[in-house]
Ligand binder design. Structure first.
Ligand code: 4NP
Length: 154
């Protein structure tokens, strides 16, 4: 089972989501992350995300930003997007209904509110801890569903 976390730059939110979900799943699950823009391709996560994850004993410092590819839409089983814009951009890439059905908001997959994980990039540092907590809540539900092989409904 392969899960892809998606945000805009793949340096703030989706690297956190990758690290957090990975920490809740056994090794046979693959968790990766990507961005809808390629501007940060090759970069490590934003230091504020790295520090926030480290404060929770999760090391995301070795992740490298990359853009979402068409191949991802085939190779991943679920693609969880942080906000509506990310969802729209990935949905636009989908070439068939099978691909489209894999793509959903992270918070919808967890059936939690608010529906979006807001971009902390231009905000204050404590925004990263809030984002961490929100993603952590969602990933607790999602990991449980994945382990018990429950489906996610759009
Ligand atoms: P992310 O945050 O999508 O959570 O990785 C952002 C990263 C970079 C930019 C915006 C948001 N940017 O405008 O460069």
């Amino acid at each position: 089972m392969k899960i892809l976390m998606v945000c805009l730059g793949n340096i703030c939110r989706s690297p956190l989501a990758e690290g957090i979900l990975k920490s809740k799943l056994p090794e046979e699950f693959t968790v990766d992350s990507a961005g809808t823009i390629s501007m940060h391709r090759g970069s490590q996560p934003d230091f504020r995300s790295v520090q926030t994850a480290a404060a929770h004993d999760i090391d995301i410092s070795q992740q490298i930003s990359r853009p979402v590819t068409l191949e991802d839409l085939d190779s991943f089983d679920w693609i969880f997007c942080m906000d509506e814009r990310n969802l729209y951009d990935v949905q636009k890439m989908a070439q068939n209904e099978h691909q489209r059905k894999k793509i959903m908001l992270l918070m919808d997959a967890a059936e939690l509110l608010p529906r979006e994980v807001a971009d902390p990039y231009f905000g204050e540092e404590d925004g990263f801890e809030e984002v961490y907590q929100q993603i952590d809540r969602a990933c607790t539900v999602i990991a449980k569903k994945l382990i018990s092989q429950e489906n996610f409904t759009n």
